[in-house]
Design a protein around this ligand. Structure first.
Ligand SMILES: [Zn+2]
Length: 469
């Protein structure tokens, strides 16, 4: 087997060198199904005992809060915004997939989602929204926030449970429940330990307000949000927010704007120094993404897809600094996947500058910037090549500006790191007239102290910056 592999590899290498000189890049496609943890009938999100405990807690807290008698209950219907958002410098094109809808089939083991499909498991009562790619990396770096889908009062909350589960178990989850003006309740389940809002039971939240970070606490096979809706505080008042032919629970959609049943898309297009490392649950993945490469080096061009559909085509392109095409290629989908990933190895351009990796699929364009000629920062920086740059305002609220004249032309790389040394933002700029004029949005970062590193091939500087409201 090994010998056959070697022969094939040799044949492949020979056939390649035949035309490699005429082709600007070499390419070899690999990838396929991207395994993401999804709960199933053998690993249900919430056990019977856990539902009993939740119902008991809801009833007790509702009585204490006295929501009924405060005249807060209105007949107005509750409408939901999307309960997740990406943050902390995540600049992918999306970040989620729907692993399971509500099971509308009351027979066992029959399953049917609101759209009469089978994206559910027997007895499932919520919408499972998983994060992708790199769900544990996203969780460790607080990159996907759970936010209030509708305004209301905190009815119940647990925040101190272990959060890296990979299967069904009886461990306590981290969750928050919000009761809305009409008496209905939304349950946000499986969150990261100690990530929840500091607000307590009885306090109110507005739509879009931070509730916590997507995690894998309770019975969970990987970081995801289980979003479940009850009409009242009673277990048997389940609602399905998705309107469709097979929704037997309620006629109307509870979404302000209901998303399509499937959303075929390129979630992330990245340029990587090596293939991403994706160990099994619960180990944290290593994305290996980089924005700086040396002239003529090779890099991995990687796309992560959601709902890839057979027969569809993706069009990929490396765009030169002057907007012409360095190289382009396409791939046709021969199989449908819930989640998939594809990678190509390419020899990079030799001309320094700011490039773009572009991936077009299903009418959407997903891009990622990278640079040639800024990849080799010297290890020892002497005072003669220390960059002196004006960074303002500092402290800053939404934007950090770097404006200065009389500097070397070339590629400048900007990296913002948090106090743990983790990169939370990175950007690049090409300086052509000895004048640096760069503005970096930091509005998505939590308040706190950060370090900004600005570097060229020859020099670098480190500036302490403070983000505050
Ligand atoms: Zn679930």
């Amino acid at each position: 087997m090994k010998n056959i592999y070697h022969v094939l590899l040799l044949l492949f290498a020979i056939s390649f060198t035949g035309y490699a000189q005429n082709s600007p890049v070499e390419s070899m496609e690999s990838g396929g199904d991207l395994h993401m943890g999804r709960n199933d009938a053998n690993n249900p999100c919430i056990s019977k005992q856990q539902y009993e405990a939740i119902e008991k807690s809801f009833a007790a807290n509702e009585k204490t809060l006295d929501i009924d008698n405060k005249g807060k209950k209105k007949t107005t219907a509750t409408l939901f915004s999307w309960p997740l958002k990406m943050t902390n410098g995540l600049n992918d094109c999306s970040y989620y997939f729907i692993g399971n809808y509500i099971d509308e089939d009351t027979t066992s083991p029959g399953i049917k989602d609101y759209n009469c499909g089978t994206v559910t498991y027997d007895g499932h009562r919520g919408t499972d929204i998983g994060t992708m790619p790199f769900p544990f990396y996203k969780m460790d770096h607080d990159q996907v926030e759970v936010i209030a889908a509708a305004p209301g009062t905190i009815l119940d909350k647990i925040d101190t449970s272990f959060d890296k589960n990979c299967a069904m178990n009886n461990l306590t989850p981290n969750y928050i429940a919000i009761q809305h003006a009409d008496g209905s309740v939304a349950l946000y389940y499986h969150m990261k330990k100690n990530s929840l809002t500091t607000k307590t039971v009885g306090q109110t939240v507005v739509t879009g307000e931070f509730l916590g970070i997507v995690g894998s606490s309770g019975s969970s096979t990987g970081p995801h949000l289980h979003f479940e809706v009850w009409g009242t505080t009673a277990y048997n008042s389940l609602k399905d927010p998705w309107t469709g032919t097979c929704n037997l629970l309620n006629a109307n959609s509870w979404w302000l704007s209901q998303k399509p049943y499937t959303e075929p898309a390129i979630v992330s297009a990245s340029v990587d120094s090596a293939l991403p490392v994706m160990p099994p649950c619960p180990a944290t993945e290593t994305p290996n993404e980089d924005s700086c490469y040396t002239s003529g080096a090779t890099a991995k061009f990687v796309i992560f897809m959601r709902n890839e559909t057979i027969g569809d085509s993706s069009h990929l392109r490396i765009i030169n600094p002057n907007n012409t095409t360095f190289t382009s290629w396409a791939r046709k989908s021969t199989t449908s996947y819930l989640n998939s990933w594809w990678t190509w190895t390419k020899v990079l351009p030799t001309v320094a500058g700011s490039y773009t990796f572009e991936a077009v699929y299903n009418g959407d364009t997903c891009t990622k910037k990278f640079a040639i000629g800024c990849g080799s920062v010297p290890n020892s920086i002497t005072t003669t090549n220390l960059l002196q740059l004006r960074v303002f305002p500092n402290p800053a609220n939404d934007k950090i500006n770097i404006n200065d004249e009389g500097h070397d032309n070339g590629i400048y790389k900007f990296t913002i790191k948090n106090m743990l040394g983790q990169t939370v933002l990175s950007d690049i700029a090409t300086i052509t007239n000895n004048t640096i004029q760069k503005s970096i949005s930091i509005s998505a970062l939590p308040n706190g102290v950060y370090f900004m590193i600005i570097e060229t091939e020859k020099a670098r500087t480190l500036t302490k910056i403070v983000k505050q409201d």
